[in-house]
Each structure stands twice: as C-alpha cells, then as structure tokens.
Design a protein around this ligand. Structure first.
Ligand SMILES: Nc1ncnc2c1ncn2[C@@H]1O[C@H](COP(=O)(O)OP(=O)(O)O)[C@@H](O)[C@H]1O
Ligand SMILES: [Mg+2]
Length: 434
C-alpha cells in the first residue's frame, strides 16, 4: 500500500455550477453520467470562489415535497446551496485536513469537501471517506515502521546488556589473572629454591645408604669405611638442622600462604563462574563483599584504599553472582570517580527484615542535575569505551528482582554513598536473569 502524502492525491476534478443556474438545471446536471459518481456539486462564482456545495440529498428533499419541483425549479441554485460546507486549502497537510474534517464530521460521513488553491479558487472536491482511508493506511505504515524500530531497539539493548555482562566478566578475568600471578610467582620461586636446598639432603641420604651397606659387609677395607664415613660427615655438615630451620621453614610457610591465596581466589571465582547461576538460600552477603573485593582488587589498588566494617548478617536468599555484579559495578564506579587518595568504606548491618550494604566513596560526587538519571539505561558521563551507562540500570533491576532497594546520596566534590537493602526472605520466586 503506497502512502498518500498530500491532499492533491485525493482531489477529484469535478466541474462546478454557476450561481445563475436554476435548481432544475442543477438537477439535470446531477443526472449527467459524468457527475453520477458525485454526491454533491460545487457552486462557484465568476471569480472562481466557491459559494458552497449542493448535494443530492438536498435536491431529493426539495423534489420530494408536494409540488416541490414547481415551487423550487425556477429559483436560483444559491437558495439551495449549503454555504457552510467545508473548504480546505490544497496545501493543508493530511493530518491537519483530517483534524478539520473530523472536528466537523456530520452524518452522512461520505460528505464531500471543497479544495481551493492558495488564492481561494476552486480546484476540485475531496471526500471524507478517501481522506480517512489515506490516514488509516499512513497509520498502518507508521505502526509497521515503529514496530520494526522497536524490535531493532530491543535487539541492540539485549546486545548491550550482554556486552556489559561480558565487560564485567572480562574485567573480572583480568583482575583474577593478575591476582593469581603474584602468589604463583613466589610459589614458583620458592619451589625452585627448595629444589636447590634439597640437594644436600639427597647427598646425605645417598652417603648414609652407602655407609650402612659397607658396615653390613665385614670384608670392607677399613680405609673404604673411613672414606665413606667422611662423606657422610661432610653431607651431614651441609644439611645441618640449623639450615633447615633457617631456610626450609620460612620457604615452606611462604609457599603454603601463596597456595592459600590461590585457593581463596578459586573460591571467589566460583561465585562468578556462571553469571546466571541460580538462587541460593544461604548466602552471607559479607562473603559476596569479600569476593567482589578480591576480584576488584586490581582495579581499585591504585585508586582507593578500601576499608570494611562488616557486621554480622543472617544468611539470606539471593543469586550471589548477580549481587556480585552489582557490587563490582558500584565499586568500579567509585574507583572511576576518584582523582587521588581515594577512600572507599564498605559497611554491612541487618535488622529483622533486611540486610544492608553501604558503599561510600570520597570521589567526585554526582552533579545535582543528573542525579535523577543515573539509573536510566544508557545514561553515562563517561567517554565511549569507558562506560556503557548500563551498570546501574542492570544493578537496579537485579536488586529490584531480589525485592530490595538501591538508594544513593551524593554531594558533588565530596563523594557518593550507595545503600543496598535485601530482604532476608524472598516473598516470591526470583526471576533469574536481569
Ligand atoms: N560513585 C559515583 N561517583 C560519581 N558518579 C557516579 C558514581 N556512580 C555512578 N555515577 C554516575 O552515574 C553514571 C551511570 O553509571 P553506570 O550506570 O554504572 O554507567 P557507566 O559507569 O557505564 O557510566 C556514571 O556515568 C556516572 O556519571
Ligand atoms: Mg558503571
């Protein structure tokens, strides 16, 4: 269906009647084959200006009267013309024309209207029905275009949400890789040192084995026994208990500590392993804070000093991976808001209904005029590549789906504090994905 753009496309070039004609003349005109299709005919003066429309209904009324034709036939058509008919300029937009017509719509709706040029001269007739049909087809087309645009928007939004998830995943992987590198480095170093330190022990073991073998054999010559004995002596000196005490013990302890750190990272990773992981019933929110801090350590370490004051919390039901995503985003925003000597204070507490987390930074703060908008999807004050504007929108959605709230207070130049509350028990089954 091609869309009709202007009134000109709807125009019917209908010939006009002159005011000098009689009503009988007009009746004859309306019977002419060329005019049969029209419900009315315009009456136009010598200057081309329309005086009004005369309709078939009007003539029918007149001639149906008793002696109607005799009484009215010889009178001027101007006595029967409808002088209040609609006159619309051809350059009126379709929407405006539709507005004018519908505002004055009367029965029958197949009424015609007179179209004039910009000098007010008659150009042709239009019908209300055609106009309404044109409007309908335009609305159809607009609807189609709108639903296409909506679909495209949904697709790109889904794409962006995915990339925001991937960004936090990517950041987490980079952070964890970095965190793993440090303990891995010194564990490796220590093991190499231990390998060297173990050499004298191996030598001692070998010498002692040789000694005990020759002691069991009475035929061994005395000088051989003495030689072996001095080898044992030497090896013993090299592997003195003091050396163990000094070198081995710290190295082993250091190595164990490194391995513990690696293990801790593995535990933190487990929570992030699947972003869509199902809800768990017995989550300690403080654990989420700790693991988010391990993950974010790398992003935070040059930016801010983190202090935690975590109170004792009852276990609650939540999707830890999603809560971690919220924490990571808030921590990340805090880090990005810092210029120097940043400080982040994280507190947790609980009452009978909810557990609360507060994350406070002393960064740039949020200007008053944008505070309303920070939870809007795609709202960002950051450069392309630095921010998608989705972090807080997703966080809001996640917290909302958990039946909780996320609020903030911010003072430009002094910092920002986000407070999250999460109910201790979930009233309804959680939807899993944000
Ligand atoms: N702690 C904060 N300090 C200052 N501004 C913040 C802070 N957290 C959020 N904002 C503001 O809110 C905006 C939206 O944040 P967010 O939804 O995470 O998107 P993004 O970080 O990708 O810009 C940020 O661009 C920033 O202007
Ligand atoms: Mg963000």
């Amino acid at each position: 269906m091609s869309s009709i753009q202007s009134l000109a496309a709807l125009i019917k070039p209908v010939g006009s009647l002159s005011p000098e004609m009689t009503i009988s003349d007009v009746a004859d005109q309306l019977l002419q084959p060329s005019h049969k299709a029209f419900l009315s005919l315009p009456v136009v003066n010598r200057q081309g200006r329309p005086l009004g429309l005369i309709s078939r209904y009007r003539l029918q009324d007149i001639f149906m009267q008793r002696f109607g034709r005799d009484l009215w036939g010889k009178r001027s058509v101007t006595e029967a013309v409808n002088t209040e008919s609609l006159v619309i300029a051809l350059d009126t937009s379709l929407d405006e024309a539709a507005r004018i017509v519908t505002a004055q719509l009367q029965y029958p709706i197949t009424e015609d209207f007179i179209l004039v040029d910009k000098h007010g001269c008659y150009q042709g007739l239009g019908t209300v029905l055609d106009l309404l049909k044109a409007m309908e087809s335009r609305i159809d087309q607009r609807n189609q275009a709108l639903s296409r645009a909506l679909q495209e928007l949904k697709n790109s939004q889904a794409h962006l949400i995915q990339s925001e998830k991937m960004a936090s995943l990517g950041q987490m992987v980079a952070g964890v890789a970095h965190e793993l590198n440090t303990p891995l480095g010194y564990v490796k170093n220590n093991v190499q040192l231990l390998r060297d330190l173990v050499q004298p022990l191996l030598e001692l073991a070998a010498a002692q084995a040789q000694l005990s073998q020759c002691l069991q054999d009475p035929a061994t010559p005395t000088d051989t026994v003495e030689a072996i004995f001095s080898r044992v002596q030497q090896a013993t000196d090299q592997a003195s208990p003091a050396t163990f005490e000094e070198d081995f013990t710290p190295l082993l302890e250091d190595t164990l500590y490194g391995l513990e750190q690696i293990g801790e990272l593995a535990v933190s990773l487990k929570d992030f392993a699947r972003l869509d992981r199902a809800m768990s019933e017995d989550i300690d929110l403080n654990d989420c804070v700790r693991s988010a801090l391990v993950i974010a350590r790398n992003a935070l370490k040059d930016k801010a000093l983190v202090t935690t004051r975590l109170g004792e919390l009852p276990l609650l039901t939540c999707t830890p991976s999603q809560i971690n995503q919220v924490l990571l985003n808030i921590l990340n925003n805090a880090a990005q808001a810092m210029t120097n000597s940043g400080q982040i204070l994280i507190k947790s507490w609980a009452d009978t209904r909810c557990a609360y987390l507060s994350i406070q930074d002393n960064g740039a703060g949020i200007p008053n005029d944008i505070q309303q908008r920070i939870f809007d999807p795609f709202f960002t004050t950051k450069a392309v590549g630095e921010g998608t504007g989705l972090g807080l929108a997703i966080s809001y959605k996640i917290v909302q789906q958990h039946g909780g709230t996320i609020r903030f207070a911010s003072e430009p130049g002094r910092g920002t504090r986000f407070v999250i509350s999460l109910p201790l028990s979930q009233p309804s089954p959680l939807q899993r994905s944000a």
